[in-house]
Design a protein around this ligand. Structure first.
Ligand SMILES: NC(=O)c1ccc[n+]([C@@H]2O[C@H](COP(=O)([O-])OP(=O)(O)OC[C@H]3O[C@@H](n4cnc5c(N)ncnc54)[C@H](OP(=O)(O)O)[C@@H]3O)[C@@H](O)[C@H]2O)c1
Length: 285
């Protein structure tokens, strides 16, 4: 045990706590750091924690100190609520600290899910690189089977992919999936029922639960996160707000129109500073 608890030690504790079973209602004690976490996420330590380490524990302990399913949405956006430019350029709206936070979230979930638009525009890897931790299963929501079989997640061999398609994706997607499987041997294609081209987020989550994926990070883009939020399927939403005004381009959260402000969502909120950005940890309720 050292004099002050560092961010690395706090992160090590959070990762270990994630692997702990909480059913017994007992606290988790991390002997190397002297931190203990109670069920639900309150924590104590035998030594003072550095401010960034304390902030990390405040933010993430509630996410790991619970058993069972958890769905977290995230979006990095500008002050005017944009998640990319009009041409789809989004690297990087947020600073390194926010990107590190995103990678930590990836390391704490079973699966990281994106929509077809993000796969086409960004071709992301969705692996954990800015933090230590395991890569989650990559999940692609692609009802029409439009994403190229050359997409990085299909070909990079960096871990399993679940490719969720609608019934309408048809033969073409079967061929794509076969090619993908040949490329990485790790692509599982699953059909989720659609209505008007739309998959119910609850059906997506049931399908993933059937694959052993209960903790899910819905990483983007705006349409995908918004659909989960609209359906009441997000336990938490992490909005990373950068001090940047883009002024045009796609917005992050976009929900069905309302007439009165009393119909607006008023999530409970905690706010953390994250380098130059502000991180809103929201419970939509
Ligand atoms: N700043 C950030 O945090 C962040 C994160 C991720 C992405 N981005 C940016 O966001 C942009 C893309 O976002 P986007 O909102 O346009 O697209 P998106 O959310 O990535 O993908 C939307 C598409 O995914 C499919 N999809 C998602 N949910 C579905 C559901 N429940 N049922 C059926 N289909 C579903 C549909 O595909 P079809 O079109 O085939 O019907 C839909 O049009 C990119 O420019 C990317 O750079 C930013």
């Amino acid at each position: 045990v050292t004099e002050t608890i560092t961010v690395d030690q706090a992160w090590g504790c959070i990762r270990r706590a994630r692997e702990t079973g909480w059913q017994a209602g007992r606290s988790f004690a991390h002997e190397t750091s002297g931190i203990s976490i109670d069920p639900g996420g309150n924590w104590q330590s035998t030594h003072p924690a550095e401010p960034d380490a304390a902030s990390l524990l405040d933010l993430l302990a509630p996410l790991v100190a619970v058993d069972g399913p958890l769905v977290i949405g995230q979006l990095g956006q500008s002050l005017d609520g944009r998640i990319a430019t009009r041409t789809g350029h989004s690297h990087y709206i947020n600073g390194l600290e926010s990107r590190t936070h995103l990678h930590r979230l990836r390391a704490l979930v079973d699966g990281v899910l994106i929509g077809a638009g993000t796969a086409r525009d960004d071709d992301p890897q969705l692996t954990v690189r800015h933090a230590s931790g395991p890569n989650p299963v990559r999940v692609l929501v692609d009802p029409n089977g439009r994403v190229s079989d050359q997409a990085r997640m299909f070909t990079d061999g960096q871990g399993p992919v679940i490719h969720l398609v609608g019934e309408q994706a048809g033969v073409q997607t079967d061929m794509q999936a076969d090619k993908s499987r040949r490329a990485s041997q790790q692509v599982r294609r699953r059909v989720v029922e659609t209505s008007g081209g739309f998959m119910q987020p609850s059906d997506i989550l049931s399908c993933l639960a059937g694959e052993g994926i209960e903790r899910v990070l819905v990483e983007g883009g705006g349409k995908t996160v918004s659909r989960f939020l609209q359906a009441g399927c997000l336990d938490r939403l992490h909005l990373m707000i950068a001090p940047l005004i883009i002024g045009s381009g796609p917005t992050g959260v976009s929900l069905d129109p309302i007439e009165h402000l009393d119909q607006a969502l008023r999530p409970s909120a905690r706010v953390f500073s994250c380098g130059p950005d502000w991180l809103f940890d929201l419970i939509p309720g």
